[in-house]
Design a protein around this ligand. Structure first.
Ligand code: GLA
Length: 388
């Protein structure tokens, strides 16, 4: 990969000088959906696909960005002294947003750079290509300036870039999973305290299969913010009588006792999802530690049902894909993953006969929706880092 990046960098920027290389992965969440912003547990894993950067420091304060994935945009120019948001920047906004947040922390950097970017996360699949770009640039900017920022601060800074610069009110999960990924492990993250623990992904004989519905995540951002709002309102209703700082602080029994305080059937369902999903995630972590894959898979299936019926973020395509997978004996568990409203499902599937399984799921899905899906068997990988 480094040879490829070097060669392409030279072709685009026609200049020599010392290059440094960086990588940040994509992520897939195994379970714990839509609860990072409710102070719950999530259980994502970093992938071995991601965003690669080849960078050369400049002698002035100019910034030049080029992505192999968006050649039609050509070289996008910028300046360290003008990091204001511009819609025309497109993907470059994720990079500029990160530099902007460093600047807000008083870490400006003295010189600009030329950067060549290549990403191999399947496009628009909901595997966090945006958080991957953010972390790749954060690790790079930190390294070339010698800021030595600690990882938790960096992860939070990238989340702020997404919240305040891009304007998507996401939780901490994606940036954390990408900043703290570890090959062959998933990370159990307490989104309230940011305490975390790795679990070895012992999937002997099984693979993680991502199924892309190829349904564009059209309303995703606005619906996402709407769900967050519903949870916040439900929480403030509970707080009228209960001392509770976030929904996932309650276990199911405590929730059932207090739930009459929540006014509105929809809000009650949203809150119930948050509470039950948090319980499922903790159980799933234990099931994996115990090597009990069937129990793990059942919790994944239950998670989907809750996201479908209580949280209502699935939709026809995600439901069709998951139902197609549930019909297969060799599928241990299947659920939507990420924000929902399109995007991907995550499945744990027996390696034996995998191709045949995929063919049947694919056929069923297309019969139901008329859409051609895409499938990726993914491998886990490490978190964001410099490549040497
Ligand atoms: C998106 C957000 C995350 C998380 C998930 C849903 O990926 O970026 O913070 O809320 O949706 O679990």
């Amino acid at each position: 990969m480094i040879d490829h990046l070097k060669q392409e960098f030279d072709k685009i920027f026609h200049e020599s000088g010392e290059l440094r290389y960086f990588f940040a992965p994509g992520r897939v969440n195994l379970i714990g959906e839509h609860i990072d912003y409710n102070g719950g547990y999530v259980f994502p894993t970093a992938l071995d696909v991601g965003t690669y950067l080849a960078v050369r420091k400049r002698s002035d304060r100019k910034l030049r960005f080029y992505s192999e994935n968006f050649p039609q945009m050509g070289i996008v120019e910028g300046d360290l002294d003008d990091l204001a948001y511009s819609q025309a920047d497109d993907w470059v906004s994720y990079a500029k947003g990160v530099l902007y947040m460093f600047m807000e922390e008083g870490m400006t950097g003295d010189k600009g750079f030329d950067v060549y970017v290549f990403g191999n996360i399947p496009n628009g699949a909901g595997l966090s290509s945006s958080a991957s770009i953010e972390l790749a640039f954060a690790v790079m900017w930190d390294a070339v300036n010698g800021f030595s920022m600690d990882r938790v601060t960096m992860v939070k800074l990238c989340q702020r870039a997404e919240n305040e610069y891009i304007g998507v009110n996401c939780g901490i999960m994606d940036q954390f999973a990408i900043g703290f990924g570890k090959k062959e492990h998933a990370v159990l993250l307490d989104c309230d305290t940011l305490d975390y623990e790795y679990a070895r992904l012992k999937l002997d004989g099984y693979k993680i299969l991502i199924a892309n519905t190829n349904k564009r995540r059209g309303l995703a951002d606005s619906k996402y913010n709407e769900r967050r709002q519903e949870c916040e309102t439900a929480l403030s209703e509970l707080q009228e009588k209960e001392v509770v700082s976030h929904l996932c602080e309650l276990d199911e029994a405590a929730f059932n006792e207090a739930s009459h305080l929540i006014k509105g059937a929809d809000r009650l369902k949203r809150a119930r999802h948050a509470v039950t999903e948090n319980e499922r995630t903790k159980k799933a972590f234990r099931a994996l530690e115990d090597g009990d894959l069937p129990a793990f898979g059942q919790l994944m299936n239950d998670s989907h049902v809750s996201l479908r019926d209580d949280y209502e973020v699935t939709g026809k395509e995600l439901d069709a894909m998951v139902e197609a997978a549930w019909q297969e004996e060799t599928v241990i568990g299947a659920r939507m993953t990420g924000a929902g409203f399109g995007g991907c499902t995550v499945n744990i599937v027996k390696e034996d006969g995998l191709d045949e399984t995929v063919k049947r799921i694919s056929q069923r899905y297309t019969d139901q929706t008329g859409i051609e899906p895409k499938f990726y068997v993914v491998t886990t990988g490490d978190g964001a880092k410099e490549l040497t």
